[in-house]
Design a binder for this molecule. Structure first.
Ligand SMILES: [Zn+2]
Length: 503
């Protein structure tokens, strides 16, 4: 027996090693083929009919516009928590403090001229415009550029400066509008203007709500006037008439208050401490019902979680589904998350935001990180039959990827075909009927595939996507000349003074 064993030893060892290798190979193969199978099953489930549309309808039509701090916003938080719970996905509320409450109520605006009868115009207030009664001359300053203001010698301290706007039909128009408005605002502040009235950039009397460069710190009354009304005023001024404006602005204002993100997760099997976080903001402005911005992508994320749970799909890494709140006022919910998860951030392998409506996804912004592009390409290969993707290394400021970017975590923002996003952005017309349901359905498969592939990637593939340090992030900002844009959203100072982002 012993001899036999001794004689047999080398063979046995060989046999064992071979069978060990064989078994390991089988196991790896089984794992990768099961991951492959999960991926295909999930893609098919996302492309099939699902409760995504009815969820979207509920969120838009039954709950409606969801300004952070409003009753509808609280209803939306509870609704989302219930949706995750019904799908048996672990979820929790993540409370955080908002800097102050501001809920618009109404704005009435009257134009008075000595030689003509007074007439009413349609207008809305910008975020944090102090409620009150205002009166003053309307001083037209063209587009509000430095040159426009230099050409004007009036004392503006009692005046409402009146700024026109190019027509905006898509997202490029939106960025231009934000930039132009920021320049006009800086100039108006320098000249101590009493307030600003911007011409709406959209036709057909469409009104929408924007933040100002001071976001929640804004104290300057600022309004958007219907394009047709504004053009009438400009014609009158150009004909030599002097116009005054009387404004009655009502809003509910309050101190700090507690709001909540809703965070759900599906734990990872192999590296549960490593996290892929995908997010969409649940809050909106309330002139419309926040359909393309951003109920469509909230419904998408809930459905990805639901289908994964239903199909019993777990990735190697933990997938978190974040429905951010307080986004419109300055991404307060996602900022809070990065502040309170400092001890986990080294393990956050990717943060994705989906926030540009429901047009077809045509790629992802890699936010200052060229190194991510080949891997994003690779992750999208599983869904190249439903779209064409071009990933672009532009850093996006203005949504919930932002604080992950400041923390040096690989972060993405979905790029969409413009569809109806720009025209209805933050406007009374952003309603359920504007959502491209066919594209949303495809987008859900694209986001699900990207997420699952990232969450299942072997560690070697993610090894090179190190968390960036502060100086790497700063030089990326310099390379992409982001200072003005960050100032425009009031987030440059907090980055520079170290109150926001990696230390
Ligand atoms: Zn949004």
């Amino acid at each position: 027996m012993q001899i036999l064993t001794l004689i047999m030893m080398p063979f046995l060892r060989h046999l064992c090693l071979t069978s060990f290798l064989f078994m390991t190979f089988q196991l790896l193969n089984a794992q990768s083929s099961s991951a492959e199978q999960d991926l295909n099953t999930l893609i098919q489930a996302m492309l099939a009919e699902s409760p995504m549309e009815s969820d979207l309808k509920e969120l838009c039509d039954q709950i409606g516009g969801r300004v952070t701090g409003s009753e509808a916003n609280q209803l939306a938080i509870n609704w989302a928590y219930e949706k995750f719970s019904e799908a048996e996905v672990d979820a929790h509320m993540d409370p955080f403090e908002m800097p102050s409450l501001w809920l618009a109520e109404s704005t009435s605006m009257l134009i008075n001229g000595a030689q003509i009868p007074s007439f009413k115009v349609n207008a809305v207030s910008k975020y944090q415009t102090p409620p009150g009664t205002y009166k003053g001359p309307l001083v037209y300053v063209g587009a509000g550029t430095d040159l426009d203001f230099e050409a004007n010698n009036d004392d503006l301290s009692e005046a409402f400066v009146f700024v026109d706007a190019d027509i905006c039909l898509d997202i490029n128009g939106l960025f231009k509008e934000y930039t132009d408005a920021a320049i006009a605002e800086i100039n108006a502040r320098k000249r101590n203007a009493k307030g600003i009235i911007f011409m709406s950039s959209r036709p057909n009397k469409l009104l929408y709500r924007f933040i100002t460069t001071k976001t929640s710190d804004n104290k300057l009354p600022q309004f958007v006037m219907a394009r047709e009304d504004a053009k009438r005023c400009i014609r009158l001024i150009e004909e030599g008439l002097s116009l005054d404006v009387s404004i009655e602005c009502k809003a509910q204002k309050g101190e700090t208050f507690i709001s909540e993100n809703v965070i759900a997760e599906i734990k990872g099997t192999t590296y549960p401490e490593e996290v892929i976080i995908i997010g969409a903001h649940i809050d909106s402005w309330a002139l419309g019902t926040g359909a393309n911005d951003n109920a469509c992508n909230v419904s998408m994320l809930i459905d990805i979680a639901r289908q994964m749970k239903k199909l019993n799909i777990q990735a190697k890494r933990t997938i978190r589904f974040a429905l951010w709140n307080g986004e419109e006022q300055g991404y307060f919910g996602s900022w809070h998350y990065t502040k309170t998860h400092q001890d986990q951030l080294n393990n956050h392998k990717m943060a994705l935001s989906v926030d540009i409506g429901s047009g077809d996804i045509i790629g992802f912004f890699t936010n200052g990180r060229d190194d991510l592009i080949p891997f994003v390409d690779q992750c999208l290969a599983s869904v190249d039959n439903i779209g064409n993707y071009l990933n672009i290394n532009n850093p996006i400021v203005g949504t919930d990827n932002f604080d992950f970017m400041l923390e040096g975590i690989p972060n993405l923002v979905a790029i969409h075909k413009p569809a109806t996003y720009g025209l209805n952005y933050h406007a009374s017309s952003d309603t359920y009927d504007k959502v491209d349901l066919v594209a949303l359905n495809k987008n859900s498969a694209i986001v699900a595939a990207l997420t699952l592939n990232w969450a299942n990637a072997d560690p070697a593939s993610l090894e090179s996507f190190k968390r960036q340090n502060r100086s790497e992030i700063q030089s990326m900002f310099e390379k992409h000349q982001l200072e003005f844009t960050m100032r425009m959203f009031n987030v440059w100072e907090p980055w520079i003074n170290g109150s926001r982002g990696i230390k």
